[in-house]
Design a protein. Structure first.
Length: 131
């Protein structure tokens, strides 16, 4: 739960100062690219697949950092001058190989946490949805 709140705070702080925000949503993944002075291009990504599955990753030209893990869902609602971020996280570790997790003999109680935040943007948002 703390990890989820911290991730939301990091994104909100940067997005408030973002310029040229560009969002790409595809089935099972979301990417937000924007410019932030003096850092330059910054990206946040989330995906259901790959090495960084179920993590929100912050990346710029210098480094790549996990800002939140065990993220089940990462949704965006784009408005004219704001973005609404809706994040769901689980206390049970997520895996890109969900069948292996489901077949496990271990029974783990899963707790789900949700956060939703509206972040005012200082620049126009651009959205591209890919099939």
């Amino acid at each position: 739960q703390h990890n989820l709140r911290q991730g939301m705070q990091v994104m909100a702080k940067e997005l408030r100062r973002a310029r040229n925000v560009f969002v790409t949503e595809e089935p099972g993944s979301v990417r937000i690219n924007f410019l932030r002075s003096p850092v330059g291009l910054v990206s946040y990504t989330w995906s259901e697949n790959g090495e960084d599955a179920y993590k929100i990753i912050r990346q710029n030209s210098i480094n790549k950092k996990v800002i939140a893990g065990n993220i089940k869902e990462f949704d965006l609602e784009l408005l004219t001058d704001a973005i609404i971020i809706d994040i769901s996280s689980s206390s049970k570790p997520q895996s890109a190989d969900s069948e292996a997790v489901e077949d496990s003999q271990e029974t783990v109680q899963e707790n789900e946490f949700k956060l939703k935040g509206k972040i005012a943007l200082r620049s126009k948002v651009y959205e591209t949805k890919q099939p």
